[in-house]
Design a protein around this ligand. Structure first.
Ligand code: GRF
Length: 213
């Protein structure tokens, strides 16, 4: 069977990309990272991809901060198609996803978010959890739709909030959880494409998932 081809999108340092790559290299994930695409020149994720010999694309979007203009999103879609990507993996990608990408990869875009969605969507979910006095924070892998962090949840990992936590210390522990959760969800998607929650031994009685892998 051909390996699932991942297109990883990021804006930042790329620690989730690195965790996914490590899972592939260590044989825990039967997939291939076909391309890494970033919207920030010089982003750490690009450097990490280059060091690993993975093709990269850098998008140039001077007009908007929180989304891509349709022409640039078309370039993004072209980059993913040229790399023959099966699944789009958002790993610290800081812009909203719009129609060109959603229509090009229906049910094939996933994201990791640093909170237990639906709580604390948007920016700095860990900080929002800390400020709200939560005892438990965490991270969520979910499908991407046109909303902000609103797509169907695949899996979550909980992280205890300690009484002496700062935003930084809590975020660091959530990232450790992310680095386990994201590769595990990808492996589950490959083994149980219709419902990865089965492979993760999670309840499946909730909403149906939109996957079409
Ligand atoms: C992660 O905390 C992820 O939850 C959020 O952005 C951060 C990306 O970190 N979406 P990295 O670039 O993977 O290190």
């Amino acid at each position: 069977m051909e390996k699932l081809r991942l297109g990883v999108l990021g804006s930042g340092k790329g620690s989730n990309f690195q965790a996914i790559l490590a899972a592939i290299q260590e044989g825990r994930l039967e997939a291939e990272i076909a391309v890494v695409i970033a919207d920030q020149e010089g982003a750490g994720i690009l450097q990490r991809a280059e060091e690993a010999g993975i093709p990269t694309v850098t998008l140039n979007e001077p007009r908007y901060q929180t989304r891509l203009s349709p022409e640039v999103e078309d370039q993004l879609v072209s980059g993913l198609r040229e790399a023959k990507v099966d699944l789009v993996v958002l790993a610290g990608y800081m812009r909203m996803i719009k129609t060109p990408l959603l229509e090009a990869f229906p049910g094939r875009i996933i994201n990791i978010h640093p909170s237990l969605l639906p709580k604390f969507s948007g920016l700095e979910g860990w900080k929002q959890a800390l400020e709200a006095g939560e005892k438990t924070a965490g991270c969520t892998v979910h499908y991407v739709d046109a909303g902000m962090d609103t797509g169907a949840v695949i899996a979550q990992a909980e992280v205890e909030v300690r009484s002496d936590d700062t935003a930084e210390s809590l975020h660091a522990r959530i990232q450790v959880a992310e680095h386990t959760l994201y590769p595990a969800v990808l492996a589950a998607l490959i083994s149980h494409p219709a419902d990865p929650r089965q492979a993760l031994k999670l309840p499946t009685s909730g909403l149906p998932l939109p996957t079409s892998l």
